[in-house]
Design a protein around this ligand. Sequence first.
Ligand SMILES: Cc1ncc(COP(=O)(O)O)c(C=O)c1O
Length: 388
Amino acid sequence: MKFAKRVEQLPPYLFVNISRAIAEKKKQGIDVISFGIGDPDIPTPQKVLDALIDSSQKPENHKYPESEGLPEFRKAVAEFYKDRFNVNLDYETEIINLIGAKEGIAHAALCFIDPGDISLSTNPAYPVYEIGTMFAGGQTHFLNLEEKNQYLVDFTSIPTNIAKKAKTLWLNYPNNPTGAIAPISFFEEAVKFCKEFDIALLHDAAYTEVTYDDYVAPSILQVEGAMDIAMEFHSLSKTANMTGWRVGMAAGNKDMVNALMRVKSNIDSGLSQSNQYMGIAALKLSDDWYKQNNEIYKKRRDKVVDVLNSIGVKTVKPKGGLYIWTPVPKGYTSAEFAEKLLNEANVVVTPGNGYGDAGEGYIRLSLTIPDDQIDEGLIRLSKIRVSS
Ligand SMILES: Cc1ncc(COP(=O)(O)O)c(C=O)c1O
C-alpha cells in the first residue's frame, strides 16, 4: 500500500513512548506515577453533567448539529468574552464552535496555507500548529522561546524575507509547555508585526482560565486592531475538566471565522448539541468554582516545585497552565534525565524535546494527577540525587 507522504512524515505521537514505558513497568509489577499527559483528574462539574443529561432527552439534540454550533452556544461564548475580557463579539459572525481546540487548530491551517507556504510557530510548542501546517503542504519557520526572554517571541529576530512570506503566526499564552505568560504589550507587538507583514495571527488561549497567584491572563482580542487580523482558540477541556467532551471555540475576525466554518462544514458535522449544552453550562460556572479548581492545581504546583528545588533541579513557579517546565541538571539530555527518573524513581515526566528541539535540556511535569499520586511521586523524586 502507498501511503501519503504526510502520513509517513508524521512523528510518533509524543505520548506513545511514554505509554509504552509505563506498560513495560506495569508488566514487571511496578507501579508508575505519571506526570506525563495533561488530562485533568478532577471530574467534570455536576452542573455540566446535568446539562448533558437534560439535553440528551430532547430528540432535537439527536440530529446533526450545524458546523458553526448552536446560536445559544455562540451567545454564551460572546457573554464570556464580554464578562471576562471586555471584548464585544458578534455571535453570528465572529464565533464558531469546535470539536475541541485541537480540531480547530489543525483545520485552521487549511484556511491559510497553500503548498509551499510558510507558517511561523514557536519552538517548543504544542505540536498541532506544525502538524496542521504540514498537512496543508506548508512549512513551519520556528521562533525559539528562550528562558532569557521569558519564553516570549522576539519579533525583531524574524528575518524580513521570512516575515514577508509567512501566512500565519501561532502563539499560545499561558504557554504549553513552558508555563510562560504574556503581557498585553507583547500581544500589541504581535498584532503590529502581523499587520505590517499581512499575517493571520492565531492565538491558542486554551489556558487563559487556568492561572495562579491572582494573575489574570489577557485575550489577544483585547488589543486594538486585533479583530482585523486575529483569531483566538479556546477550550473548555482544561478550564472545566472536560477533555473527554471535546468542547472548544474560536473567535475573532469574521472572515477568518467564516473560512474556518467553510473548511469545517466540508469535513465534520459539528459537535453534538448535547455537548454544546455542556459547554454553555461550563461557561456559566461561577467565578468561585474556577477559583476553587485553580486552587487545587496551585497547591500541587507549589509542592512539585518545592521538591524539584530541594533535589537540585532549579524550578520556578508558573503563573498559568498545568505544567512545570524545568531545566534538567547539567550533564543530562532531556531523555536521559526522564529515563533516570523512570528507572530510579518509577516516575514518568515528558522530555522537553518532544515539543521541538528548543525544548532539549528541559522536562515537563503535568499537574493533572490526583493528590495522593502527586505526594507519592514527590516522595520518590525527593530521593533522587543529582550532582550540581
Ligand atoms: C496548548 C494547547 N492547545 C490546545 C489543546 C487541545 O485542547 P482540546 O482538548 O480542546 O482539543 C491542548 C491540549 O493539551 C493544549 O495544550
